[in-house]
Design a protein around this ligand. Structure first.
Ligand code: UDP
Length: 271
């Protein structure tokens, strides 16, 4: 057996290739974060695990991680190209992407165009009702508390973000909404609502905010405009059919993946 390299790589494959022994920084419900190859970078690995209702419902959906890696790359690259800064650097492989490490503001930032989910429950508005204008909500990121809805008063009082941060958060959230709504509309999909996370990066003495985490059908509500068919994680939450089929349909319409390629996971014999 070969000696372990001091830089953390270990030779483990019999043919002499070596695999990185990476340091795991964090494992969440749908992703694992590893230390990146350069300082200030992180590798995001997309798992196939699906959870809902604060992880009370869980399953493994083959191919979901591959689709979300691709879809998040597509949205983040598009946002970067219209001048909305994100943490995304580049996709590394089927399940991994390289991102800039940032200090996550502990808020889930939700933007809604149509009533659905918790807003419909809370205010008794029928799902699908168009809202008079986009509504931005903030939830405190804390699984043990069930990510409670908070106001800017809580955010300022507890020092989760400054007023300047919150002005920038609101403007970024609305820019993401405009971009995502347009992209989805072009392929016949209604962006009902979505969740983003925002982080701080430091360039020398300056701090700026970037869109972080992921943007995928796990964190958006996407309805077919013609039929109303759900093409997002509600398919899993509400047992509406195959989640991979729904996400593949979104990817196919956006030209991100050719039909069915995400569901092929094993070599198959061709006669
Ligand atoms: N959302 C999310 N993660 C969460 C909570 C919500 O990605 O922990 C997304 C959800 O997929 C939807 C939007 O945020 O697109 C609004 O969710 P809502 O508040 O209606 O909560 P839910 O009905 O999912 O409990």
């Amino acid at each position: 057996m070969r000696a372990q390299r001091p830089d953390g790589f270990r030779y483990s494959h019999p043919k002499g290739t070596f695999m990185a022994r990476r340091k795991k920084i964090y494992e969440g419900k749908a992703k694992i974060l590893y230390e990146g190859p350069e300082p200030g970078t992180i590798v995001q690995y997309f798992k196939d695990d699906a959870t809902a209702f604060n992880a009370e419902k869980r399953d493994v959906i083959e191919g979901k991680g591959v689709l979300n890696n691709r879809l998040s790359e597509f949205f983040m690259t598009g946002l970067n190209s219209v001048g909305v800064p994100t943490h995304f650097i580049r996709r590394l492989n089927m399940r991994e992407q390289l991102v800039r490490s940032c200090e996550i503001i502990p808020l889930e930032i939700i933007v809604r165009n149509y009533a659905a989910g918790s807003l419909s429950k809370r205010l008794g508005i029928e799902e699908g009702t168009q809202l008079p204008r986009p509504i931005v909500e903030y939830c405190f990121k804390d699984d043990a508390l069930g990510d409670p809805l908070v106001t800017e008063e809580h955010i300022a009082a507890f020092g989760w973000a400054t007023q300047q941060d919150m002005d920038d958060v609101l403007s970024l959230a609305l820019r993401v909404n405009d971009f995502m709504s347009g992209v989805m509309l072009a392929v016949g999909i209604r962006l009902v609502d979505f969740k983003i996370e925002i982080g701080r990066v430091y360039d020398g003495d300056f701090q700026r905010l970037v869109i972080a985490d992921e943007i995928s059908p796990d964190s958006c509500r996407l309805w077919d405009i013609e039929t109303g068919q759900k093409l997002d994680k509600d398919v899993f939450r509400r047992d509406l059919g195959s989640l991979t089929d729904a996400y593949s349909e979104v990817a196919r319409r956006l030209g991100v993946l050719p039909k069915n390629s995400a569901t092929v996971s094993k070599p198959t014999l061709i006669n």
